[in-house]
Ligand binder design. Structure first.
Ligand SMILES: *[C@@H]1O[C@H](CO)[C@@H](O)[C@H](O)[C@H]1NC(C)=O
Ligand SMILES: *[C@@H]1O[C@H](CO)[C@@H](O)[C@H](O)[C@H]1NC(C)=O
Ligand SMILES: *[C@@H]1O[C@H](CO)[C@@H](O)[C@H](O)[C@H]1NC(C)=O
Ligand SMILES: *[C@@H]1O[C@H](CO)[C@@H](O)[C@H](O)[C@H]1NC(C)=O
Ligand SMILES: *[C@@H]1O[C@H](CO)[C@@H](O)[C@H](O)[C@H]1NC(C)=O
Length: 292
């Protein structure tokens, strides 16, 4: 059974090879590798074939200004500047009946770019670092390295508790679990390679302590304490009805009537109202007053 499969595969690959070296089109060059510019050309070698015209395609899309409608058996395409965006599969098409075509691959180093060059995570949380690639061919291999300060790069292995790597040809992601401030900050390098070579990019990871994530909350608590203190001070010094006005005066917008619709101090008015309500509420708790 295995042998049968092998023979079938072999036959299929022969048939494919046959089809791709279309007997009646000669290309020059047969492929473009690692060049900055190139002229692609195709000749229809069968002089008896009639062609209504010709054009070129790039990754399956017709290149508009390459369309010709004469019975020329020769067509060229000039690539002034080859980069990862212009690498791919170029195809010359002769509008014979049936049409014939031939592919020329333009191959470059992959282009690798970090999705974000700077990432941060919280201690004990996880973080996902992502790099993407463009160009042709896309990377066949992805690797991740870590670099801390001036120490040499260390390669990262997949499938530990700490690290998980997921790859597709155009994207790689590194998940780092249970972040630690001391050991996980640093530079992470993603490296994608195809058969022309390697391209890399770098991501800087910062890890914040749990406490740092807590600061905004502590800030709110501090604000509430200050507010309550202010209320108590006024409670001690003035009668309840005066507090609202005093609050407004303190906030410096007493001259703006709070009812006015387009009052720029609308929110301060609302705040004063809330403070007033709160204060009135406290007024009902004599115990608190006594304790002051
Ligand atoms: C195609 O034909 C032209 C002339 O018709 C010739 O100059 C050129 O060298 C040929 N190219 C190939 C790839 O055969
Ligand atoms: C890494 O390991 C995880 C699970 O251990 C697996 O799903 C994933 O395919 C692996 N990635 C690579 C690039 O081998
Ligand atoms: C990566 O490839 C997949 C399918 O091959 C495609 O859907 C996706 O848009 C590509 N992503 C990027 C960033 O090119
Ligand atoms: C996370 O790392 C700390 C040490 O940095 C360790 O004590 C803890 O057990 C780890 N937690 C998990 C869930 O692995
Ligand atoms: C492609 O060109 C780059 C520099 O332009 C070079 O470093 C690399 O080795 C070349 N690759 C091949 C396969 O020739």
């Amino acid at each position: 059974m295995k042998l049968l499969w092998a023979v079938t595969a072999l036959l299929l690959s022969c048939w494919r090879a046959d089809a791709s070296t279309a007997p009646n089109i000669r290309t020059e060059p047969s492929e473009v590798t690692n060049q900055t510019s190139a002229v692609l050309s195709c000749n229809l070698t069968d002089a008896t074939m009639f062609s209504k015209g010709s054009h070129w395609t790039f990754n399956g899309k017709i290149i508009d200004n390459s369309k010709k409608d004469d019975n020329m058996h020769h067509t060229t395409l000039k690539l002034e500047k080859i980069t990862h965006t212009t690498s791919g599969k170029y195809e010359c098409v002769f509008l014979t009946d049936p049409e014939v075509k031939q592919t020329i691959e333009v191959r470059t180093l992959p282009h690798v770019a970090a999705y974000k060059h700077s990432e941060h995570g919280n201690e004990n949380d996880k973080v996902v670092l992502v790099c993407v690639s463009h160009g042709y061919p896309l990377p066949t291999d992805w690797l991740w390295f870590k670099q801390k300060d001036e120490e040499p790069q260390v390669s990262i292995t997949n499938g530990t508790d700490k690290y998980e790597i997921k790859n597709t040809p155009n994207k790689t992601s590194l998940t780092i679990n249970n972040l630690s401030i001391e050991s996980d900050l640093g530079h992470y390098i993603c490296s994608g390679s195809n058969d022309l070579g390697v391209a890399t990019d770098k991501i800087n990871l910062r890890v914040r302590s749990r406490l740092a994530a807590l600061w905004p909350f502590l800030g709110i608590v501090a604000e509430v304490i200050i507010l309550v203190t202010i209320i108590f001070i006024y409670e001690k010094r003035r009668k309840p009805d005066e507090v609202n006005d005093a609050m407004k005066k303190m906030l410096g917008f007493q001259q703006f009537p709070c009812k006015y619709q387009h009052n720029p101090h609308k929110y301060l008015c609302q705040l004063a109202a809330i403070v007033g309500d709160f204060q009135n509420l406290l007024g009902h708790f004599d115990i608190i007053r006594i304790s002051w």
